[in-house]
Design a protein around this ligand. Structure first.
Ligand code: TXD
Length: 319
């Protein structure tokens, strides 16, 4: 009788650089959904190890058997299927995402260089702000094809829009789908025409002024939470959003999700990462969808792209 198995026993592994609020919450979601083993890495001595041990101690209660390892050395991240970069400084009240550009660029460059050495075949998901710029920088430094590098923001921004629509109409957010394009910032482009409740466009359910108010709240969704928390930004919804991307890739579900993707001509945009709907799968970004935008929506997207370019210019010399 043979004991050899045709299955490979290598566990699926997701490494998360930055064991702060988003990173540690994402680690919890991934492990508790039984999606993959997790390596959490941070520069603060003891932090990733402490969080990992705490999460492992919850595993008997949460009924999963995923390994969660805390580390400060990138060697521990070897052979990751996905690397998620959350390392960086969060925004403080009154601080724009762009204020963070150069500081976080240094951090993301270093994290990408180190992580790619140990996981040359990984798919990279970037979370650090300013999101569209950090995703570009990580892609450049990694040398990976653009299909394997993406930024998380559109799922979060769409989820916020969905939540505000549901709250306004007094319906379950489960039935609300929304589409937010563009940069992760004040110039993001929520698209009401492509936002629905059980298939009904919200333009048929609310007047234009109400929609504009919800669009505005969505654009300021991150800042609203920063103002409330005072010491840091949102992390539960961001971690849930990143977990959707991890799950979609690992399970090879052909889901269409708004993510920051590298554009080479679609939407009339070139050589930048920005939020657009894409089909994800085990290969990363498998297709970018080009929506039929009105002139006004296209202009808003281009305006958003201009702001990404300006912000990127502040950090290009670091590459
Ligand atoms: O939609 C989105 N993309 C976002 C982005 C939603 C929420 C948060 N967004 C951004 O993610 C936020 O503006 C920050 O740039 C990152 C991480 O946010 P988080 O709230 O998790 O910040 P924390 O709690 O301060 O965690 C950051 C961790 C912290 O533990 C640092 O010690 C660590 O990053 N850090 C590093 N780890 C490894 N290597 C280096 N160099 C490093 N520098 C800092």
């Amino acid at each position: 009788m043979t004991t050899s198995s045709p299955l490979t026993c290598r566990p699926t592994r997701v490494s998360i650089v930055g064991a702060g609020n988003v990173g540690s919450t994402l680690a919890q979601r991934i492990a508790e959904k039984n999606l993959a083993d997790v390596v959490l890495l941070d520069i603060v001595p003891g932090r990733p190890e402490g969080i990992a041990l705490d999460l492992v101690e919850a595993s008997a209660i949460e009924q999963h058997d995923r390994k969660i390892i805390g580390a400060k050395d990138y060697a521990a991240t070897h052979d990751s299927d996905i690397v998620v970069i959350t390392a960086g400084l969060p925004r403080r009240p009154g601080m724009s995402r762009d204020d963070l550009t150069r500081t976080n660029a240094h951090i993301v460059i270093e994290a990408t260089k180190q992580a790619i050495t140990y996981s040359p075949n990984a798919i990279f998901i970037i979370i650090t702000n300013p999101l569209d710029v950090m995703t570009y920088i990580s892609w450049k430094v990694s040398g990976l094809p653009p299909q394997r590098v993406m930024g998380m923001a559109g799922i979060l921004d769409s989820a916020r829009f969905q939540t505000f629509i549901a709250m306004e109409l007094g319906v379950s957010a489960i039935d609300v789908r929304a589409m937010v394009l563009g940069s992760h910032g004040d110039l993001m482009v929520p698209v009401p025409r492509y936002s629905t409740v059980s298939g009904i466009p919200i333009t048929e359910l609310m007047d234009a002024a109400t929609i504009e108010r919800l669009v505005d709240r969505t654009r300021n969704g991150g800042a609203e939470i920063v103002e409330l928390l005072k010491t840091g930004g949102a992390y539960y919804a961001p971690a849930s959003s990143a977990c959707v991307m991890v799950e979609t890739i690992l399970l090879n579900q052909p889901r269409i999700l708004p993510i920051a993707a590298y554009l080479e001509g679609k939407y009339g945009l070139n050589d930048l990462f920005i939020g657009v709907p894409a089909r994800l799968g085990c290969g990363g970004i498998e297709e970018i969808l080009e929506l039929n935008l009105t002139d006004e929506e296209k202009a808003a997207l281009h305006h958003s792209a201009d702001s990404v370019r300006k912000s990127l210019d502040q950090a290009l010399d670091l590459l």
